[in-house]
Design a protein around this ligand. Sequence first.
Ligand code: FES
Length: 511
Amino acid sequence: MTGDIQHELAGKAESLWIATTHDTGFPSLQENISVDVAVLGGGIAGITSAVFLKEAGLTVAVVEAKRIVKGVTGHTTAHISSAHNLIYRHLIDHFGRDDAKLYADANQEAIERIARLVDKNNIDCDFRRTSEYIYAESREELDKLKSEYEAAKSLGLPVSSADAAPVPFKTYGAIHYQNQAQFHPRKYLLALSQLIPGKGSYIFENTRALDVEGGKPRRIKTDKGYLTAKNIIIATHYPILNQGLLFMRMEPYRSYVLGLRVADEIQEEMFDSSEEPSHYIRTHSTPAGPLVIVGGEDHPTGHEANTIGRYKRLEQYARARFRVESIDYRWSTQDNYSFDKVPFIGRLSGSKHLYVATAFKGWGMTHGTIAGMILSDMILGISNPYQELYDPGRFKPMTTAKKLVTQNVHIAETLIKGRLSKPERLTRLGAGEARVAEIDDKEAGVYKDEKGNIHAVSPVCTHMGCIVSWNNAERSWDCPCHGSRFGFDGEVIHSPTVKNLEKEEFKTRKI
Ligand code: FES
């Protein structure tokens, strides 16, 4: 962060989970190797899948572009929960009661699988059973809440209805989900990752998967060499391959989080507001006392010029509900939403050996674990009860068709507008500011850092060519089409792209 930005927003710009755990030091890929299963992406979906497959006797290689559990999983709020806002009424209405029940069962089973892994491997990760409350902050929300409660109860979920949530601010009603859980996600996954290397299995860090080539076994091209594998799991959050056209059926969102110390008593439970987009709250015990984690203010990636404003609005939300003593941490994350609200987990259309796990819509702890359950079973040839529900090849016209058209027309318009419109000439830029503009007759994304240094990159996204936009809180270039993100220097932060933005050089010295 620049000095200016650091002063403008309170709190250390780092996730609590990353700030309180050690760094990993797995090697990069150094020679061409061959395994049964290559897992691209070292978050919860990739690591859980790899652990289950290795336990079953296969050899695996987890390939992570940077360091494991530092991407989206390192920036979660780690609710281990089947209380996914108001999902069950939607599922009953659009998928039918049987599929809605499978979704509920899958998520409850995932909670138990995590608990068993913690227990079996004696993992010290602050795992604890808690409740989750979906709360209404206005009377207008109550009908929706009641309908959701009845839907969840009819599916056998452990719910009860409450007049209010146990929080220090006014609520008008709540659904109380018992038998949910929370933990420190990096402590959990760093412990699990220790189970992977050895006996022909590996974790490779700082190794970016670039492409998957056909043939038997399939070859994965990385920036450090090749890897061959009979099966490949793409668990890179947003898939790095366009195969299966999932990018046409999902949408990435940014979400913001603050870690607070408050003067109020708050129960160590988890809370989500019923409005959309929702706010979410949980506590986490730290040596300095409980930290209250508040998240929300979501928006589609690349569609918000003033992301600093999102943090400020979140702070206002928190201050209106808690007596905030300090803001210790702030971080942001990215969530993918499928148009029908069910993740894509399974075999990619048109392939026998390529698997994918994505679009967890912010519920990555259970869905990352469900990905491990489904994908390991599929690769091992074991029938899995949830496979069909999460099949990436499904198409639910009622929930998908309209959104499919509007979203992709919007992307096409963004692409065309970016190609046709001529940006303004860049004359002046303040320290800490950035803009897509014309400079030396060229279009560029230009950022001036707090020391006055200019960093210029091509603003053309290396995924499919949309024009990126500036994210002032994270100092990144974010693509409004499918959510690729790049640092101010053009380096890839977030898939689907795997290629950096090109750097630009200019004669103009004074901006
Ligand atoms: Fe697809 Fe940028 S992420 S065009």
